[in-house]
Design a protein around this ligand. Structure first.
Ligand code: FES
Length: 147
């Protein structure tokens, strides 16, 4: 029995989502922004819910799962920022319509406890090329050595 992935493509047997026939109109790297959510033990810990799956569902609801405003979600293991518990980092594509260098990278803490409204605030901000004012208390400040 063949399986299909979230995009409806038949997958290679033995894989979870690798399509048998790659679709050039849905290239894997096509995204205006990408959110990397840590699911390492120290971040995910006792949380029962899968934040990546929840976020993907919200992205679909918001209509930013496809097209030029697509926001992609990728699970990671430890990103080396465990002390922030529930860590996520976000990159914007430099070619995206609303790209803004000031918001090109951001890091967030406690995301495993974020409400749907908090996630929606981040998604709306990403689509507008800015950072969400309402979430700035959850932002992890980044710094470049020697800058
Ligand atoms: S376990 Fe999430 S950053 Fe280390």
């Amino acid at each position: 029995m063949s399986r299909t992935n979230a995009m409806g493509s038949t997958v290679v047997p033995g894989t979870a989502c690798k399509p048998e026939v790659p679709d050039p109109d849905r290239p894997i790297m096509f995204a205006a922004a990408q959110i990397f959510i840590c699911d390492g033990e120290r971040c995910h810990g006792c949380h029962k819910e899968d934040p990546a799956e929840r976020l993907r569902a919200l992205i679909k609801e918001e209509g930013c799962h496809q097209g030029p405003e697509r926001i992609k979600v990728t699970r990671t293991h430890c990103q080396g920022a465990c002390r922030f518990r529930g860590f996520a980092s976000v990159y914007q594509n430099g070619r995206a319509r609303h790209y803004n260098q000031e918001a090109s990278f951001s890091a967030w803490k406690g995301v495993h406890k974020w409400s749907d409204e908090e996630w929606r605030a981040l998604l709306a901000a990403l689509r507008a090329g800015r950072l969400p004012e309402s979430l700035m208390s959850c932002r992890v400040a980044e710094q470049v050595y020697g800058a």
